[in-house]
Design a protein around this ligand. Structure first.
Ligand SMILES: Nc1ncnc2c1ncn2[C@@H]1O[C@H](COP(=O)(O)OP(=O)(O)OP(=O)(O)O)[C@@H](O)[C@H]1O
Ligand SMILES: [Mg+2]
Length: 408
C-alpha cells in the first residue's frame, strides 16, 4: 500500500536521506524545510504520516506536532519525531506533544521503513474508524442560557420535533433542568417515568434496555427523558450517572437534544461536555446579553470554542423595547445565527395544548422557521444527501431554500 508522507527538517541532506529511503519503499514523500510552512501543507494534503525533525528554526518539531494535534482536521495523523537527540527527556517531550513514534538519527534505512509501515497501518485504521464514527455518532445539541426564562425549553422541544419531522426519525429530548423540568409538559406526556427511575440503578447496570424503558415516547417522533416530578428528587441524579445515561442515549438515537438548566452546575457541565453543538439562547435585553457574555467566557475557559459549534440564538420573548441586533452582536463579539420572532400566542398555545409549535397547525410562520432550524442544525452528512423518501417537512425546507435563492 502506497501512502503519502510529509517530512519536515531544516537540514536538506537529512531530508534527502529520508525521502530516498521512503521512496524506495514505494511512498510518496513531500519535503519541507520549516515548521511554519509545513502546517498549511499538512492540513491541505492530509498525509498518512508526518515525520518531524525536532530542532528547527522558527518553529520546532514539538510545536508543529502540538499544532497538528490541536486541529480537528489533522489530529488523527500519526507523527514520527526524527532527531539527533537521544535523551529520554526529549522523548517524553515528544510524546507529550502528541508524537506517535520517535527515531534517533543516524538510523538504518530498514528501520525507518519498518516503523513507517507500522504508522501507515495505524493511519488507515484511524481513518476507517473515524469514518464510521462520524456516521454512527449521534449529534448532540445543548440548548442553554445562564439566565432563565428566555425560551430554552421551548426551543429545545421545537428543535427536537423539527429535526424529527425533517428526517422522519426519532429524536431524544433529554431534560437536564431537574428543578423545573418542562420537556415532558411541552409534549403533553404524562410523567410515567422520569430520571428518578434511573437514580437508584447502580451505574454498572445502566444499559440501553434500562434507559429505553424510562424514555417517554410520543408518536410525533420525540422521545423524552423527563425531569422528576418533585424538585427535591432532582438532586438524587448524580452528574456521573447522568453522564453515563447520556452516553447510552447517544448510542440509541441519531440526534440528542439537551434542555439544560440556567447554571453551570456539574450536571449542566456534564451535558455541555457531551455536546457537539451548543445553542446559546438570549433575549434582546441587557441582562440576557450580559449573561450570554459571561457564558461565552466560560465556554472559552472550558475549551469549547475549539471543539464545539457555539451558535447564538436570539429569541424575541417580548414585544417592545428590544436592543438592536447590531449592538448585541458587538457586545458578544460574535454574529447571531438564529432569530426567533415574538409570537406570544403561539408559545402559550403550545404550552397549553402540549404540542410543539413546529407540529401544530396554528404555528404559522414559526412552523417553517423551526423546520429550517432543524435542518440547518442537522449533521453535515445528513444534509449532504437528499433522503430517498423525503418527508413533507424536508420538502418544505427545500422549497423555502429555493424560493430564498431565487429572490437573491
Ligand atoms: N419567541 C417567543 N415569543 C413569545 N413568547 C416566548 C417566546 N419564546 C419563549 N416564550 C415564552 O417565554 C416563556 C419562557 O420559555 P421557556 O420556559 O421555554 O424558557 P426557559 O429558558 O426554559 O425557562 P426556565 O428558566 O424556566 O427553564 C414561556 O412562557 C414561553 O412561552
Ligand atoms: Mg426551561
Amino acid at each position: 500500500m502506497a501512502g503519502k508522507i510529509v517530512a519536515v527538517d531544516d537540514n536538506e541532506i537529512n531530508l534527502k536521506v529520508v525521502s530516498t529511503t521512503l521512496e524506495q519503499a514505494g511512498y510518496e514523500v513531500t519535503t519541507v524545510t520549516n515548521g511554519a510552512e509545513a502546517l498549511p501543507l499538512i492540513s491541505k494534503m492530509l498525509p498518512d504520516v508526518v515525520i518531524l525533525d525536532i530542532s528547527m528554526p522558527i518553529m520546532d518539531g514539538y510545536e508543529v506536532c502540538s499544532k497538528i494535534r490541536e486541529s480537528k482536521k489533522t489530529s488523527h495523523i500519526p507523527v514520527m519525531m526524527l532527531t539527533a537527540h537521544n535523551a529520554l527527556d526529549d522523548k517524553i517531550k515528544g510524546f507529550d506533544a502528541g508524537a506517535d513514534d520517535y527515531l534517533t538519527k543516524p538510523f538504518q534505512p530498514a528501520e525507518l521503513q519498518a516503523r513507517i509501515a507500522v504508522l501507515m497501518r495505524r493511519s488507515s485504521q484511524r481513518t476507517t474508524k473515524a469514518d464510521t464514527t462520524v456516521e454512527k455518532h449521534a449529534k448532540t445539541i445543548s440548548v442553554f442560557s445562564l439566565r432563565g426564562g428566555v425560551g430554552v425549553s421551548a426551543i429545545a422541544a421545537n428543535i427536537a420535533a423539527g429535526i424529527s419531522q425533517v428526517w422522519g426519525k426519532n429524536v431524544a429530548l433529554v431534560d437536564l433542568s431537574m428543578a423545573a423540568g418542562q420537556a415532558a409538559l411541552l409534549l403533553n406526556m404524562s410523567l410515567r417515568n422520569t430520571w428518578l427511575d434511573l437514580a437508584h440503578i447502580p451505574s454498572d447496570d445502566l444499559d440501553k434496555d434500562v434507559v429505553d424503558a424510562v424514555m417517554l415516547k410520543s408518536e410525533n417522533g420525540v422521545h423524552v427523558l423527563a425531569a422528576p416530578r418533585k424538585v427535591a428528587d432532582g438532586q438524587l441524579i448524580t452528574p456521573v450517572a447522568a453522564g453515563k445515561v447520556i452516553e447510552i442515549i447517544k448510542e440509541m438515537y441519531d440526534y440528542v437534544v439537551l434542555d439544560l438548566a440556567s447554571d453551570f452546575s456539574d450536571l449542566t457541565l456534564q451535558g455541555l461536555d457531551q455536546s457537539d453543538m451548543i445553542l446559546a439562547v438570549l433575549s434582546p435585553e441587557l441582562a440576557s446579553v450580559r449573561a450570554t457574555i459571561a457564558a461565552l467566557d466560560v465556554f472559552g475557559d472550558l475549551g469549547y470554542k475549539e471543539n464545539k459549534d457555539i451558535v447564538l440564538v436570539l429569541n424575541r420573548t417580548f414585544e417592545a423595547g428590544i436592543l438592536p441586533r447590531k449592538n448585541i452582536e458587538k457586545a458578544l463579539k460574535q454574529p447571531i445565527q438564529i432569530f426567533i420572532p415574538y409570537a406570544s400566542q403561539a408559545f402559550i398555545d403550545s404550552i397549553n395544548f402540549g404540542v410543539p409549535i413546529v407540529l401544530s397547525e396554528e404555528g404559522g410562520e414559526l412552523v417553517g422557521i423551526f423546520e429550517d432550524i432543524g435542518f440547518l442544525l442537522s449533521k453535515d452528512t445528513d444534509r449532504a444527501t437528499p433522503p430517498k423518501e423525503p418527508t413533507p417537512a424536508y420538502r418544505s425546507v427545500m422549497t423555502r431554500f429555493e424560493q430564498r435563492n431565487q429572490r437573491r
